[in-house]
Design a protein. Structure first.
Length: 372
């Protein structure tokens, strides 16, 4: 059965995204077809556009999708037609990482998320009878219909029945990454100081999560005063402009050092500056999308002698089945008010939404693609 849809196709950073007609492949036993209601725009989408990640172009991107299940394969148990769902990254389910509920570090992450096809090489989308690169993070939700998988779909809990899907959409990547870095990966302890470098979606999600964890002080660092102001409203106890000796001010505020430093910028000089702020046993978590050729250096004796640690974090160390519902419950309780980050755009305004994100005007753009 041919299911027709419209999808925003990315051909690189020299052309705008263009919404074009596509046809979905038939579902496999472990797949679901989702009518997409909304999808957040994430920095990772733009990193692919700019060819910083090895995803083939042209491609249908979008990996913060939410929608309504319209059909399921014979092996699907996570949701049924009519269910409201959010989508996130995909994983194999059988490698050593997946076996210990650490799917963000799936040994087969690339073929399941970034290859442009299913892991077996088959296409999920076609245009004019020819395959289109898609299956991005197991979904490609910059489209009116998406094929997703048993392992990257989470049913919205009944407790969130009154929360619109357009609000829940971005929870599957940026928000999950920032909150998970604090609550899951670094396991931030109450009463210890944390500094978050970069107050975009991931950074502010980390700040909100640090408040949940009871960190103190919670320090936001950015170059945009508007984002620093928002960070203070959502949990930061202090904020410093990165252009005004933020490192020196943090050292003055926390003379014994930071328990945690969290970098979302991917800028090596920022990360290395954060290392010098760590207290004994301090942890620096890094999530920023760096240039593939970028290198980091640190003083071995300083790290070894103080038991300091640096931690690469992907997807907030999140197990989707448990962590996304946990975040939704924090949101319902008012502890994770991520709606404050969102501005909505219509699907055909995708290029305007990207521009607003890159300029710093909008923290989290979300595309309204369909209706519930």
């Amino acid at each position: 059965m041919n299911i027709h849809a419209q999808a925003a196709i990315c051909r690189g950073n020299t052309e705008p995204f263009r919404i074009e007609d596509v046809v979905l492949d038939d579902l496999r036993p472990d797949e679901l077809r989702i009518r997409v209601v909304a999808c957040g725009i994430c920095h990772t989408d733009l990193a692919v556009r700019d060819e910083q990640l090895p995803v083939p172009l042209p491609v249908v991107l979008g990996h913060e999708g939410a929608g309504i299940v319209e059909a399921v394969g014979s092996d699907v148990t996570v949701a049924a037609p009519g269910d409201r769902v959010v989508m996130s990254f995909n994983s194999c389910g059988h490698c050593p990482s997946c076996a210990v509920d650490a799917p963000t570090y799936c040994y087969e992450f690339f073929p399941h998320n970034w290859s442009g096809t299913r892991a077996d090489g088959s296409a999920t989308l076609y245009r004019d009878g020819k395959p289109v690169n898609a299956n991005f993070f197991g979904q490609s939700s910059f489209a009116t219909q998406a094929i997703a998988h048993q392992r990257n779909v989470v049913k919205v809990p009944a407790s969130a029945a009154d929360i619109p899907l357009e609000r829940l959409a971005p929870i599957g990547c940026g928000l999950m990454t920032g909150a998970g870095a604090v609550l899951r990966a670094m396991k931030v302890r109450a009463g210890l100081p944390i500094a978050v470098f970069g107050a975009g979606t991931v950074g502010i999600a980390a700040i909100m999560a640090a408040k949940i964890a009871g960190a103190d002080p919670i320090i936001a660092v950015d170059v945009h005063e508007s984002r620093l102001a928002l960070a203070r409203e959502l949990g930061a106890t202090h904020s410093f402009n990165a252009r005004e000796d933020a490192v020196g001010k943090i050292r003055e505020l926390c003379p014994q050092g930071l328990g945690y430093a969290f970098d979302t910028t991917g800028i090596n000089t920022v990360i290395q500056g954060a290392w010098g702020l760590l207290a004994p046993m301090g942890i620096c978590g890094i999530v920023g999308a760096s240039d593939p050729a970028a290198q980091l250096t640190f003083n071995e004796a300083e790290f070894m002698g103080g038991g300091r640690r640096v931690m690469g974090i992907l997807g907030g160390d999140s197990d989707l089945v448990t962590f996304l519902p946990e975040l939704i419950e924090h949101h319902i309780a008012g502890r994770f008010p991520f709606e404050r980050l969102i501005r909505y755009f219509e699907f055909d305004e995708i290029n305007e939404a990207i521009e607003a994100s890159e300029s710093g005007e909008v923290v989290k753009p979300v595309l309204r693609i369909g209706t519930e």
